[in-house]
Write a protein that binds this ligand. Structure first.
Ligand code: NI
Length: 252
């Protein structure tokens, strides 16, 4: 079976060592992962980790909740590193609105521009903010390759993003029984537009909900998609890994 590709994780935030997490992921059939920075320090850390392992890549950027400061020149310098496959995560978060929406929007627009300038993919975080995220993506013009990370929304939200050229990245919530809208979206929308992620150490899938998450558990997300779409898990692994490689511009 094709190995899984965890398109979004933050193993440096977990208590367990990064090395243990990466090794357990390999054993669990996860062949590739993108380690995502949320500010300048963690973006540097993501690159350092990526340099240690084959199949491990980095994303550099400023999370909306960290966008009080926007060291865009330093992020641009980091983006030139060959292990960097994406800019982000960036976007709008109205769930935790500790940074003003104006500052979040400024940071989001700057990182959309940086993704286009560098030719890297863009990782978009949108929480309780679909109208705002869509408005900004449309007004800037989305980059060629981008992903809605931890997609949580209705089938119509998903269709809107796919129309803009997005991949939808599914995470642990797709395994929760209390997320019927999201399961409808997975059922109705094409697998060709989907990738999988853990967002670890957050969002552990069922039956580990509430416990620290790690990249090894991304298969549980893929298996939930397979169950909802009534296809074999190997089909989900093959398609989402191919999608992830295309998203991040990685040669197979
Ligand atoms: Ni994240």
């Amino acid at each position: 079976m094709t190995a899984w590709f965890d398109t979004h994780c933050h193993p440096y935030m977990a208590k367990n060592s990064v090395a243990e997490q990466v090794e357990r992921a390999l054993v669990a059939g996860v062949g590739e992962m993108v380690i995502v920075g949320v500010d300048l320090d963690t973006s540097e850390e993501a690159i350092e980790i990526a340099c240690l392992y084959e199949g491990v890549y980095a994303a550099v950027g400023v999370h909306p909740n960290e966008s009080e400061d926007l060291p865009i020149e330093a992020i641009r310098d980091l983006a030139a590193h060959p292990k960097v496959v994406a800019i982000g995560e960036t976007g709008i978060d109205l769930y935790r609105d500790r940074v003003s929406i104006d500052k979040q929007e400024t940071a989001f627009r700057a990182q959309i521009a940086l993704a286009k300038e560098t030719g890297k993919a863009l990782i978009v975080h949108g929480r309780d903010a679909h109208p705002e995220v869509k408005r900004i993506l449309k007004s800037e013009g989305p980059p060629d390759r981008f992903v809605m990370h931890c997609f949580l929304g209705t089938p119509d939200d998903g269709r809107d993003y796919i129309e803009l050229g997005a991949y939808l990245s599914l995470a642990g919530p797709v395994t929760f029984t209390n997320a019927p809208e999201l399961r409808d979206a997975v059922s109705e929308l094409p697998l060709e537009s989907m990738v999988v992620e853990t967002d670890s150490p957050f969002l552990s899938p069922h039956p580990f909900r509430g416990k620290p998450n790690e990249p090894a558990r991304v298969a549980l997300v893929g298996e939930a998609i397979a169950h909802i779409k009534r296809v074999d898990a190997s089909v989900v692994a093959e398609t989402t890994t191919a999608n992830a490689r295309h998203l991040f511009g990685i040669e197979p």
